[in-house]
Write a protein that binds this ligand. Structure first.
Ligand code: ZN
Length: 134
């Protein structure tokens, strides 16, 4: 689905250049951030400002067209929705890890692989440079 340049710019500016899932800034990764459909096109998500989020390549790839995942009891939880949810309600940064505070946070951290050892290492370096929140 085509996203106009105007809409793309709005999404980028609204996010202040940071991935809305893992918070990494576009200037601090080697790949371009993307405009993500919070609810994927496959699941009838539209290319409107209320359904778009700014995402790094990795978060977007791991998220794919999924809407969420199940916890260990099999109960389904939606992913964190940057348009509806407050990041700080679902996550907190501990060291360089992103710790989930809710089931929504947990499925998001797990499926988007926010705490892979490489990503945590990269965030730790960025924190040392003052380029990532602590
Ligand atoms: Zn990300």
């Amino acid at each position: 689905m085509k996203i106009s340049l105007t809409l793309r710019r709005l999404v980028e500016d609204r996010a202040d250049g940071r991935c809305e899932y893992c918070l990494v800034h576009r200037d601090d990764v080697g790949t371009a951030h993307e405009v993500d459909h919070v609810r994927s096109v496959k699941h009838s998500g539209k290319a409107t400002k209320d359904n778009l989020a700014y995402s790094c390549l990795e978060c977007n790839r791991f998220k794919g067209s999924d809407l969420g995942s199940v916890d260990i009891d099999g109960e389904f939880f939606s992913f964190y929705n940057p348009r509806r949810d407050d990041w700080n309600d679902h996550f907190r940064i501990v060291g360089a890890r992103i710790e989930a505070l809710t089931p929504t946070g947990e499925v998001t951290v797990r499926i988007l692989q926010l705490n892979s050892s490489r990503r945590v290492r990269d965030r730790s370096r960025l924190q040392d440079l003052g380029a990532y929140p602590k």
